[in-house]
Write a protein that binds this ligand. Structure first.
Ligand SMILES: Nc1nc2c(ncn2[C@@H]2O[C@H](COP(=O)(O)OP(=O)(O)O)[C@@H](O)[C@H]2O)c(=O)[nH]1
Ligand SMILES: [Mg+2]
Length: 253
């Protein structure tokens, strides 16, 4: 296998609030001395995540760029990845060479995953506060992302979730793929996460990392005022006309 010289592109996806930006800040803080890191975030209309990560002071702010997707962020990480690819390439051209670019997805979708054309590997993040049954409900990210993080285990006693049970459900859903039950307050779990990222960098460099597509997202639709829908590919329903509104829309799964 040939050695790979370009950076590892590592996607971080999962529902809003599960701790993706926090996980990126953790990786920057803990791996920044041994790896040259860049960050690309995706938001619909803002650069909120990028600003939050810059404000954390864990990485040179010029290494953190935001893609404002202007549409579903899951479109920009899966269907038309152009904006993200350009962001990664511009970042590397300006600040490279880098070892890793962490790409954070935005959006509110439980099942959106990255295109393997954009990232070499991906972490799907869920958290205990989202409910103990999230892992059992499955979906492409939960079942087939390269790593599943069950985050904020420190909150489990407060939200009535049994972490061991949730982890066991996740393991059962993933056919042997790795699961990390993580809390930023639990050094052992953080060490396991860091080791996994290091191992992906090593596999990527040696040419052994083959990007795997977790598969399309589950069917869903966007509701708009006139309630006019048409079906897209993969049972992915979008509002008719160009009335693909995100100001007030609902997802159904
Ligand atoms: N208790 C606890 N809170 C966490 C942990 N990781 C992240 N959070 C909090 O979860 C909230 C959402 O985190 P954020 O990274 O913005 O989520 P994102 O929307 O997935 O990027 C923030 O208030 C974080 O401080 C954790 O390990 N434990
Ligand atoms: Mg975020």
């Amino acid at each position: 296998m040939p050695e790979t010289t370009r950076e590892l592109r590592l996607g971080i996806c999962g529902p809003v609030g599960t701790g993706k930006s926090s996980l990126i800040m953790l990786l920057c803080a803990r791996l920044g001395d041994e790896l040259e890191i860049g960050v690309v975030t995706n938001d619909i209309y803002t650069d909120e995540d990028a600003r939050m990560i810059r404000a954390a002071g864990v990485l040179d702010p010029s290494r953190i760029v935001a893609v404002e997707t202007g549409a579903c962020p899951h479109t920009a990480i899966r269907d038309d990845i152009t904006a993200n690819l350009l962001a990664v390439e511009d970042l590397v051209a300006a600040r490279g060479p880098l070892d890793v670019v962490l790409v954070e997805s935005g959006g509110d979708n439980l099942t959106a995953t990255f295109s393997p054309a954009l990232v070499d590997a991906q972490i799907f993040v869920i958290d205990v506060a989202g409910g103990g049954d999230v892992a059992r409900k499955g979906g492409p990210g939960i079942e087939r992302a390269d790593l599943l993080v069950v985050n904020k285990t420190d909150l489990a006693p407060y939200v009535g979730v049994d972490v061991d049970e949730m982890r066991a459900d996740a393991v059962a859903a993933r056919d042997g793929r790795p699961v990390v039950a993580l809390s930023r307050h639990d050094p052992h779990s953080v060490a396991v996460l860091l080791e996994w990222v290091r191992s992906q960098v090593a596999r990527h460099r040696s040419g052994r990392l083959v990007p795997v597509d977790p598969g399309p997202m589950a069917p869903h639709f966007h509701a708009v005022e006139n309630g006019h829908f048409h079906a897209g590919e993969n049972g992915h329903f979008h509002a008719g006309e160009n009335g693909h509104s995100h100001d007030d829309h609902a997802h159904a799964h």
